[in-house]
Design a protein around this ligand. Structure first.
Ligand code: BTN
Length: 176
């Protein structure tokens, strides 16, 4: 009798524990479905699509650097970078990054130059411009001057160099 009662209590506790876990799991799934907005997951994915159309495009910046970038349907960015200044001018270095809506990041390992650079920027439409801030980290042992920071603005290579004028204009004063 005593052991039957004991078994009954254990069974009850196990059932309560299981249903508590199931509720927590359902809550977590609902939260991750609406990570930033109350929109359904499919809509969030559509809204996150890169403002640069999927495919390969070539960009130039104010330093004369050339970036050949391929964006895939998921927003993954790959390609190569040829700097116009510094170590290894004109050398094609692989580039990797990600694009999400109006935001883009990419980085380059300047092989043979002992430095790496990461850019983060925004994509302005009509005309399309990528405005970025970057950090270049030296490959040498850390020191007070191991990291250099700057800004780069990229325009489609076909619009180079005249299109660079757009980089310094505020949206309200853009030339139409
Ligand atoms: C080096 O000199 O260590 C490698 C070349 C670094 C070139 C930098 S990366 C940030 C800035 N933007 C460019 O297009 N080139 C310079």
């Amino acid at each position: 009798m005593k052991s039957t009662l004991c078994f009954g209590v254990i069974l009850l506790l196990a059932t309560v524990g299981f249903s508590h876990q199931a509720v927590a799991k359902a809550k977590h799934s609902a939260q991750s479905n609406n990570a930033h907005t109350s929109a359904p997951k499919a809509e969030q994915e559509a809204a996150a699509s890169c403002q640069i159309p999927a495919g390969t495009s070539v960009w130039k910046n104010e330093l004369g650097s050339t970036m050949t970038m391929t964006v895939n349907a998921s927003g993954a960015v790959s390609g190569y970078y040829q700097t116009g200044v510094g170590c290894g001018v004109g050398v094609r270095q692989p580039l990797v990054g990600a694009c999400n809506g109006y935001g883009i990041t990419f980085s380059v390992n300047f092989v043979g130059c002992s430095s790496t650079t990461a850019w983060a920027g925004t994509i302005s439409p009509s005309p399309t411009i990528i405005r970025t801030l970057w950090h270049l980290a030296m490959g040498t042992p850390p020191a007070w001057n191991s990291i250099v920071a700057g800004a780069d603005c990229f325009i489609p290579s076909g619009a180079y160099p005249q299109g660079l004028a757009q980089c310094s204009l505020a949206k309200s004063t853009q030339i139409k």
